[in-house]
Design a binder for this molecule. Structure first.
Ligand SMILES: Nc1ncnc2c1ncn2[C@@H]1O[C@H](COP(=O)(O)OP(=O)(O)OP(=O)(O)O)[C@@H](O)[C@H]1O
Ligand SMILES: [Mg+2]
Length: 244
């Protein structure tokens, strides 16, 4: 595994090393099923996500956005093509390597928040650090800092069911940042929120990408979110059709 991403330093990870992008996707193909029933979700997708940028991925339902994000995040593997994250070719990582990549280098944010219902906001944010056996004192300090960063310092003891949708998504963003990832992957993070709350969550993501030196790849239909992106890519039927 290369050392081109330091999972311990949120600032150095954004450094542009040798002009390499944070994410490089080359000629990616992914089909589901086989024969006549096969669905070609991705048909040769190539793209770069430069360090420190917020790149939005748009496209109608079924165009392949989630499929692409899953491949970039190492949750799935392609039929053909290559994904490189921070200079590391995901095909060269075994199961353990992929697990480490997802735990330490990538923060995931989902439309449905994905918080654990029986844990408090603070405990949810702490989960990725527990998985990495971070020292409890250090963990508590970082949880506090992250909750303050997302504006929820006063809600640390509340469980997801006691928080609004926007607040839950803020907790999810704090959790995604817990292990100082180099890359955030968000799949329609504002999809379950009203326009105003969605904008607030989007602005938080924008601020995090600027302030924390993190890179983000975000699938969205949200026009407000698209406005805040550094660049917008459009998928249509498994192909990139537009690069702005
Ligand atoms: N596990 C699966 N098995 C079979 N087909 C799948 C699977 N996952 C996705 N597909 C198909 O692949 C295509 C792309 O799906 P994908 O979920 O990537 O689209 P999307 O752009 O994320 O859509 P949405 O905006 O609705 O979330 C669709 O035709 C979908 O039905
Ligand atoms: Mg999707």
């Amino acid at each position: 595994m290369t050392e081109s991403i330091s999972s311990h330093s949120g600032t150095t990870v954004a450094a542009n090393r040798d002009g390499e992008p944070m994410v490089r996707v080359e000629n990616l193909h992914r089909s589901y099923g086989s024969g006549a029933a096969a669905v070609h979700a991705l048909r040769g997708v190539s793209l770069d996500v430069p360090h420190g940028e917020l790149v939005a991925l748009k496209g109608r339902s079924g165009s392949g956005k989630t499929t692409l994000l899953n491949l970039v995040g190492g949750l799935d593997s392609p039929d053909e093509g290559r994904v490189t994250v921070g200079g590391t070719d995901l095909a060269g990582l075994g199961e353990d390597g992929l697990l480490e990549l997802r735990r330490d280098r990538i923060g995931f944010i989902f439309q449905s928040f994905g918080l654990i219902p029986i844990l408090t906001a603070a405990e949810n944010v702490g989960v990725p650090m527990r998985l990495r056996r971070t020292d409890p004192k250090e963990r508590e300090k970082r949880v506090e800092l992250l909750l303050a960063m997302v504006g929820l310092a006063d809600h640390a003891a509340q469980r997801p069911g006691e928080l609004s949708g926007g607040q839950q998504q803020r907790v999810a963003i704090a959790r995604a940042l817990a292990n100082r990832p180099a890359l955030l992957i968000a799949d329609e993070p504002t999809g379950q929120l009203d326009a105003e709350t969605g904008l607030a969550v989007m602005e938080l993501l924008r601020a995090v990408v600027r302030g924390e030196g993190v890179t983000a790849l975000v699938a969205t239909h949200d026009a407000q979110l698209l406005d805040l992106a550094d660049r917008v890519l459009e998928l249509n039927d498994g192909r990139i059709v537009e690069q702005v």
